[in-house]
Design a protein around this ligand. Structure first.
Ligand code: ADP
Length: 502
């Protein structure tokens, strides 16, 4: 296993910037929380405190909602033309692009994300989403309706109002833009709560929004904990829509709170236990690399990660040998070291949870082929871990582990692969690897998942809707579907000449 380089002894020449923003961002200003309380955000590389962050609670959410409501009811943002909103969003994107390294570094120290991936993959993707919706802002229109009884009508697509965004910790900066961009394009105002594990980049993004000319009150960021600040968003009487990404368990709480408060609309992007199904006809070497990327990307802290890999019996032995060999070559280490492919898990809770799943797997009789242990002297590093002899009823085949732990499972027939891939309570993503178009078409139509990748994996695009089936939630991010959830449809009807209504 690779040597672990942590904060002080990283081989990288990149100088990690100072943390500049630690307070709540409400109505265009950085402010302390009402209670004056703060919480520590921890560096998962060293287990040391990075900064003390303002701890928002219900009163702070109330203030942020007041600012967002005033900006919505009286401010320029929903009233300006879509092209003007788009122009400001493009300027925002340019500023984010100019600060990509700083954002990637904040996610590196706060969430253990590999700095190079942040710079070339995660934040550029967030940016592409921001620019996509900037381009959509002036293309929001309804329909004209030819009605019976000499009536005519049209529909107006209006911004839904004040939106609450509750964000997880696995893609802090990227997810900020996945959530904020379509709601900005729609003309909404918003209150954003980043995860308590990774609040830094959202505060920096709020600062950049102000520099870009986003009017005060449109973007408010309240850092704090889920059961306090998060719950205050989902139960708030003056928030019109909540968009949540996180665990299924918390998704249920968000939906319950929405139901028992003001019936705000809800969109939930929840957990996954995604299958990648590999058929006998593939090129084994390239498919091994596809499977490594799908399973171990972002240290397995990825709701779409291919944590169940089904391999057809004809190539199973060869696949497993090569898969294990290549997994052993993944360099685990400091996210700022250019040779690192996998950083530390986000925090102690996750780290211990992943290790306990590994113990479960061993106890339940699965065969551990590689990994299975922590690594490094400090920090939350875990070896890339592969199990075989996994049956569908084992916990490691059923639960979302959210760490670098993969189950490789042998299958014989297409029917068996489909049935076992679908035998999960989740339905977020799935992958198929085959050269046979007929198999690809048959299997993709049979899988109960919101996105199916054929001969690729994690192939996200701003124009491609993404979201869950079953316990993976509902509502879509990206594409025009991702914009429409932030719009209300109003029908306007009027009589025309000779109408009985006249
Ligand atoms: P994970 O289990 O992966 O840490 P969570 O679903 O707990 O993910 O967290 C995702 C986001 O939801 C975080 O911003 C967290 O603070 C927030 N959250 C946690 N509990 C609640 C809650 N009861 N109500 C609203 N938001 C919550």
């Amino acid at each position: 296993m690779a040597e672990i380089h942590t904060n002080g002894d990283s081989k990288s020449s990149f100088k990690i910037p100072e943390v500049k923003f630690t307070k709540l961002f409400i109505n265009g200003e950085f402010v302390d929380s009402v209670s004056g309380k703060t919480f520590e955000t921890i560096d998962p590389r060293s287990e040391e405190v990075i900064a003390n962050i303002a701890e928002g609670d219900k009163e702070d959410i109330d203030l942020a909602v007041k600012a967002a409501r005033a900006a919505f009811d009286h401010g320029p943002w929903p009233r300006m033309s879509g092209s003007e909103r788009g122009r400001i969003m493009m300027k925002y994107a340019d500023l984010v692009e100019a600060n990509i390294e700083e954002l990637a570094a904040l996610d590196g120290i706060d969430a253990g994300k590999v700095f190079a991936y942040g710079k070339i993959r995660d934040i550029p993707f967030g940016l592409s989403v921001l620019r996509y919706y900037a381009g959509a802002a002036d293309k929001i229109y309804g329909k004209t309706l030819k009605l019976s009884n000499q009536l005519q009508g049209y529909t107006l697509h209006e911004p839904i109002g004040v939106v609450g965004h509750i964000i997880p910790w696995n893609f802090p900066a990227g997810m900020f833009f996945f959530k904020v961009s379509p709601s900005m394009a729609a003309g909404c105002t918003m209150v954003i709560k980043p995860a308590e594990q990774s609040p830094l980049s959202a505060l920096f993004c709020a600062h950049l929004a102000k520099l870009a000319g986003v009017p005060d009150g449109v973007i408010n960021v309240v850092t704090g904990f889920g059961p306090t600040a998060g719950a205050a968003i989902s139960s708030h009487m003056d928030i019109d829509c909540v968009s949540f990404t996180g665990s299924t368990e918390v998704g249920r709480l968000v939906m319950q709170a929405a139901a028992t408060s003001n019936l705000k609309t809800v969109s939930l992007e929840l957990g996954g236990k995604s299958p990648l199904i590999i058929f006998d006809d593939v090129d084994v070497d390239s498919t091994v690399n596809l499977a490594l990327m799908g399973g171990f990307a972002n240290k397995g802290e990825f709701c779409v990660c291919s944590s169940r890999i089904f391999v057809q019996e004809g190539i199973y032995d060869e696949f497993v040998t090569k898969f294990v060999r290549n997994a052993k070559g993944i360099t685990v280490g400091d996210p700022f070291d250019p040779s690192t492919l996998q950083g530390p898990q986000v925090d102690k809770v996750q780290y211990e949870k992943v290790l306990s799943y590994i113990e479960h797997g061993k106890r339940e009789g699965a065969t551990l082929l590689t990994g299975g242990k922590p690594c490094g002297e400090k920090g939350y590093y875990i070896e890339p871990t592969i199990f075989t002899d996994v049956t569908d009823d084992m916990l490691i085949a059923k639960d979302e582990i959210f760490g670098p732990v993969i189950a490789v499972i042998k299958f014989k027939t297409i029917e068996e692969a489909i049935a076992r891939a679908n035998s999960t309570s989740y339905g977020l993503a799935a992958g198929i690897a085959t050269k046979d178009l007929n198999i690809a078409n048959t299997v993709s139509r049979s899988l109960r998942a919101g996105i199916v990748w054929i001969n690729c994996y994690l192939a996200f695009d701003a124009d491609c809707p993404y979201g869950g089936y079953k316990l993976s939630g509902f509502g879509r991010e990206f594409g025009l579907e991702g914009l429409h959830k932030y719009l209300q449809v109003k029908s306007v009807v009027t009589p025309v000449h000779n109408s009985p209504w006249l």
